[in-house]
Design a protein around this ligand. Structure first.
Ligand SMILES: [Zn+2]
Length: 264
């Protein structure tokens, strides 16, 4: 019985994921409110059978049925990842109103991550939506004063990095994103999220550098289209979001990260 509930939560998440894909793709393109889904290459409207999360992509082997042009694997990856995220939140929280809030926050995280990876920018609209949702969450489920303080304290270092590097190390969007994360997680977990994001970012940077070396490019092939160098611009938003989600899920406080959870 439980397995059926989990399955439906996953399905629900992947359906939301398919909507998030559309939101991230269409944001700022002027076709946001076109009611039907359509192929970006030939403009063909998609039937319901071509619009089923995960399954349609697999059945059509990642190609449009009209013009046979390749559909971005982003659709499939985001639908799968959102389904998994929704299931993880459900396993941690159970069926509560609180779960809906965290699903909403996870969904906004997902859109921001997609958009930042594609465009290397975090739109104010998305960061603002996250802040408002996290504020509502904290009003109902957290000590609001502490979470507000966390938002200002934790976004300040990123804003400082933006100012001192004149925007070359980090965009101001990362600070705005961290503001929402601080509101959501509070001081201890928020600081853990920030620290984790630097660790994850450093690890990813090293891996990408190695993946860009001549020998490795033969193995990784098309995965990285451009050669990565020390100057390559890597969006930081996805690392902040990964750090935030880990801190949330594992209840990681800042001192847990520094000294290990067993001490507390
Ligand atoms: Zn097409």
């Amino acid at each position: 019985m439980e397995a059926i509930v989990y399955f439906f939560v996953f399905l629900f998440g992947s359906a939301i994921g398919s909507f998030l894909n559309v939101a991230a793709f269409r944001y700022n393109t002027g076709v946001f409110f076109r009611p039907r889904s359509f192929c970006f290459s030939c403009g063909k409207n998609l039937s319901w059978r071509e619009n089923i999360p995960l399954l349609s992509f697999l059945r059509q082997r990642g190609r449009c049925r009209g013009c046979k042009s390749a559909i971005s694997s982003q659709y499939f990856i985001v639908e799968l990842a959102t389904g998994i995220l929704f299931l993880i939140v459900f396993l941690k929280e159970g069926l509560l109103i609180k779960t809906l809030f965290i699903w909403a926050i996870a969904s906004i995280f997902m859109v921001i991550a997609i958009y930042d990876i594609r465009h290397k920018i975090i739109p104010d609209g998305f960061a603002g939506l996250l802040a408002v949702t996290a504020l509502l969450y904290s009003i109902f489920y957290a000590p609001l004063g502490e979470h507000l303080l966390a938002a200002f304290l934790l976004s300040a270092p990123l804003a400082a990095i933006f100012l001192f590097s004149k925007g070359t190390w980090m965009g101001l969007g990362d600070g705005k994103l961290m503001f929402g994360i601080g509101l959501f997680l509070g001081i201890s977990e928020g600081a853990a999220a920030l620290l984790l994001s630097f660790w994850i970012g450093a690890a990813a940077g090293i891996i990408l550098l190695f993946a860009g070396m001549p020998g490795a490019r033969r193995i990784f092939g098309k995965l990285f289209k451009k050669k990565m160098t020390l100057k390559s611009e890597i969006p930081f938003g996805p690392f902040l979001i990964t750090g935030a989600f880990c801190a949330y899920f594992f209840n990681l406080g800042f001192f847990d990260l520094l000294f290990g959870p067993s001490l507390f």
